[in-house]
Write a protein that binds this ligand. Sequence first.
Ligand code: CP
Length: 294
Amino acid sequence: SIDDLDDATIATILDEGERWFDYNRQRRRNDHRLDGLTVINAFFENSTRTLLSFEIAANRLGAQVVTMQVEMSSIKKGETLDDTARTLNAMRPDAIVIRHALTGAPANIARLMDCPVINAGDGTGEHPTQALLDAATIRQHFGRIEGLKVAICGDIRHSRVAHSNAKLLQRFGAELRFAAPPPLAEANVANLSIDDAVDGADVVMMLRIQRERLDEELGDAPGEFLARYGLTLDRFARANANAVVMHPGPINRGVEIDGTLADHAERSLIVRQVEMGVAVRMACLDLLTADRGS
Ligand code: CP
């Protein structure tokens, strides 16, 4: 959780993330600080960005990376997550990266592991490395986080990204506004209309509608969700002149965001977020394994 990181550690990860971002841009591949270390990726939910960026991050630092094929694993024979964790631990990895549909699963298996465990997304709980890369992207773009007006809009109830970002960005002095369709709002969070949330915002962070976690049908006709709750070009015009749009991905084009905005060369930071994801995960792996090198 973001709660497990103090402000100084977060600041170090953002600084190091920006440094690795520049390193990656220079196409340098000569750092071997994780030589001899083994990183296991165990993803029990689908992923493109998080899984591949952790793989690339570990590879760029010289680690050996093993990605567990969950579909081919003994989980399918009924082995429990705890027994799987004990089994992986016996193989003496130096870090494990886990994504799981059960909120709290990474924290639970961390009790059984002798190495650092990184939460790559747990159910509707948190996605701390996404919040770290989002904060690094915002700080790189604006030169600061403090004082920025950040609108977080969409499926907030199911969004582990929103939960981690709310904690991190608030701690670093951003002014947050939240706008969700009423069934997708958090019970204890003030919920604005998307028009009010976007009004004068510096950052508009859109969230995917997580239909896989919805019991009820949204019942929206094609285009209805975008018109009522999504980020259209007209709505984005209410934001500050220099505002940017962000999205953790994957995007439902034409649902929570107009595809033109997602692809906007000046205003969209969505591709930059992915690039920063590799860099920030390099920083996290380096920090967590600093005492494990040869
Ligand atoms: N942002 C994010 O977690 O994307 P993936 O599900 O593709 O990893």
